[in-house]
Design a protein around this ligand. Structure first.
Ligand code: COA
Ligand code: AMP
Length: 631
């Protein structure tokens, strides 16, 4: 139906007849057994899609293309300026590597339902490991390489993996980061111990392997018997991906197999306008949801060529890096975060580097991960002269909630808006009591249940926390974002209403940073807030009150705090600024006034809350902000 109808008709049908709409979309997937029911609502608010259906996601991503005679087509282009490598892997070659690695997993006792943690840099083996898990029906949980051992340990304890797959090192610009010591430390810190670790040895660093527990990827793969696809239920988990919530404990987002494949194939065709054989590049990392959906599964399920880029937008070697990749590989669709463009714009404001490359194959630039500020939108549109499409989504949803469908009929763009909701998402703006707000009024962005296929089916080991999303405002999923819908039905996402922040497109929790900072022996209390930053969107800034009787040099304490956050959460937290203050602004009931602090730090107007205990404290905070030179 999607080919013949207008967007309005498609969207309306997805809301009024979700079973009809998604049942038709599901025809694009190869099923081993057809579903009994498209949408099972018998256990609300736990909705299930394609109940009774059976499939294998890896089969749909690889085998079916090879069986259809497209084995010679390039599946993956690995482009790594940091190691001066470009490698093309065809669908047949990728299938061979994945089946062999699935054979390795099987020989080490991994089977359907077992968890496998993957802690890898941006190399094709990361995709091989993920797809090998999918092939066996094992559940992968990829942990972003920028997280410190403690964060990895928390995820190991929650996911309880039978095995961990890692590499000897990652390469971050000019830095080589040995991964194995980080992995060993994480396993030391965790209560749960994996039976086996498989390590991919890179030429830059040779990892020490622990006898009996650690095995060499290449040696094991060479000896392995290829494994076939294990049929799983549509509702079986494909992966767990941990994301930051408002507390220090990450949330394990659970994604199913069936709904995920259906939704991703739909978006590849109708949102991104990607056809089989097109070169699609999501310049993100496999450790994030964008990497899961649009470096790995989406492009491969659709039979596209995906790019695994091990580099940065700038500095590897220059701000022309993205344009070079587009030109070298004929990229049709680029998906990245606004922060990457801001980094390029900062170094090359007139896009001089762009003139060195032929980027004519590029048809669309999609952006997500944080708000697309109008300046960046205008700069990119003027420089590239192609549609620049903002789309809004979350780790929880796994694909866009709102966006402009290039494969249907694009809407006129309004800078600052990801345009309108995508099929299946009935988006509303409500106040704190759940009352719907009229057009133009800013409030909490919620989505009427059920969410469409491919969105989270729960949180790993944590039903109670999952219920928080869907019971605070009964019948709705609370996104955690604030925003409004204008008179034309365009959605504007203005930022998080909770303590989650977005730093250079990386989602982080200020709560987890506060937990680390408050463990310092001299800190009595603290607050960490997200402050606007021209390059990274937001950066965390800490405010600490010292214990009575502590008279040490505040700079020394701040350095220790910065070091603690870096070693306990990771460099990616970007916690570099912190001020020692006399007191934190609080309400009379003791609640820290973080929203007011944010407004002061962002140079916005603010009202002194009537509930404040001591208004003079705000002057002290303003002085500290001035000294940090945040404005
Ligand atoms: N492994 C180890 N360390 C990592 C890492 C990884 N995978 N990723 C980032 N880090 C480190 C960086 O080296 C840096 O360390 P430093 O403090 O020693 O310099 C720190 O974490 C912060 O990294 P980042 O925030 O990425 O800053 P940057 O200055 O290296 O790069 C950008 C800035 C904007 C170029 C970069 O953040 C970027 O490309 N962001 C886009 C993110 C994205 O794609 N998000 C997904 C949503 S689509
Ligand atoms: P993550 O789970 O890492 O994808 O982060 C999700 C959060 O990033 C959302 O809740 C938003 O706050 C923010 N976000 C993602 N995409 C957009 C966008 N296009 N516009 C505004 N905010 C966005």
């Amino acid at each position: 139906m999607t080919d013949k109808w207008s967007y309005a008709d498609i969207y309306t049908r997805s809301i009024t007849d979700p079973e009809g709409f998604w049942g038709e979309a599901a025809e694009a997937v190869q099923w081993n057994r057809r579903w009994d029911r498209v949408l099972d609502e018998s256990d609300k608010p736990f909705y299930k899609w394609f109940v009774g259906g059976e499939l294998n996601t890896c089969y749909n991503a690889l085998d079916c293309h090879v069986e259809a005679g497209r084995g010679d087509q390039t599946a993956v282009i690995y482009d790594s300026p940091v190691t001066a490598t470009v490698k093309k892997i065809s669908y047949s070659e990728l299938l061979d590597q994945v089946s062999r690695f699935a054979g390795v997993l099987r020989s080490k006792g991994v089977s359907r339902g077992d968890r496998v943690v993957i802690y890898m840099p941006m190399i094709p083996e990361a995709l091989v490991a993920m797809l090998a898990c999918a092939r066996l029906g094992a559940i992968h949980s990829v942990v972003f390489g920028g997280f410190a051992p403690q964060e990895l340990a928390v995820r190991i304890d929650d996911a309880q993996p039978k095995m961990i797959v890692s590499a000897s090192c990652g390469i971050e610009g000019k830095k080589v980061i040995p991964y194995k010591p980080l992995l060993d430390r994480a396993i030391e810190l965790s209560d749960h111990k994996p039976e086996t670790c498989i390590i991919f040895q890179r030429p830059q660093v040779k990892a020490m392997l622990k006898e009996g527990r650690d095995f060499d990827w290449a040696v094991e793969s060479a000896e392995a018997q290829p494994a076939g696809c294990v049929t799983v239920s549509a509702t079986d988990p494909l992966y767990i991906l941990y994301t930051s919530g408002t507390t220090g404990r990450p949330k394990g987002i659970v994604r199913d197999n069936g709904g995920h494949a259906v939704a991703l194939i739909w978006t590849m065709q109708y949102l991104y306008d990607a056809a089989p054989g097109d070169v699609y590049w999501a310049a993100s990392d496999v450790g994030w949801v964008v990497g899961h959906s649009y470096i790995v599964y989406g492009p491969l399920l659709r039979g596209c060529t995906t790019i695994v880029y091990e580099g940065k937008p700038v500095g590897t070697p220059d701000p022309g890096a993205f344009w070079r990749v587009i030109s070298d590989h004929g990229v049709k669709i680029l998906f990245t975060a606004p922060t990457a463009l801001r980094a390029i714009k900062k170094e090359d404001p007139r896009a001089e580097y762009l003139k060195k490359y032929d980027i004519s194959p590029l048809r669309y630039l999609f952006l997500a991960g944080e708000r697309l500020d109008p300046d960046t939108y205008h700069w990119a549109s003027e420089m590239l002269k192609i549609p620049v499409i903002d789309h809004w989504w979350q780790t929880e949803t796994g694909w866009g909630i709102a966006g402009n469908c290039m494969g249907i009929e694009p809407f006129p763009i309004k800078p600052g808006s990801p345009t309108k909701p995508l099929p299946g998402y009935n988006v509303k703006i409500v106040d704190e009591e759940g009352n719907e707000l009229p057009p133009g009024r800013e409030g909490i962005v919620v989505i009427k249940l059920p969410l469409p296929p491919g969105t989270l089916t729960g949180l790993w080991n944590d039903n109670d926390r999952f219920l928080e999303y869907v019971t605070i405002i009964p019948g709705f999923y609370v996104t955690g974002d604030g925003g409004y819908i204008d008179e034309d039905g365009y959605l504007f996402i203005m930022g998080r209403v909770d303590d989650v922040i977005n730093v250079a497109g990386h989602r982080l929790s200020t709560g987890s940073m506060e937990e680390v900072v408050s463990r310092h022996k001299d800190v009595a209390e603290c607050a960490v807030i997200g402050v606007s930053d021209q390059l990274k969107g937001q950066v965390p800034v800490g405010f600490v009150v010292l214990k009575a009787g502590v008279h040490r040099d505040p700079d020394e304490i701040v350095n220790e705090l910065v070091g603690m956050v870096r070693s306990e959460i990771g460099a990616v937290a970007c916690f570099k600024q912190c001020a020692v203050v006399k007191a934190l602004p609080k309400t009379r009931s003791g609640k820290i006034l973080r929203a007011t602090m944010r407004k002061i730090a962002d140079g916005k107007e603010y009202e002194i809350p009537s509930t404040i205990e001591d208004p003079a404290v705000l002057d002290n905070i303003s002085e500290a902000i001035n000294e940090l030179k945040l404005l």
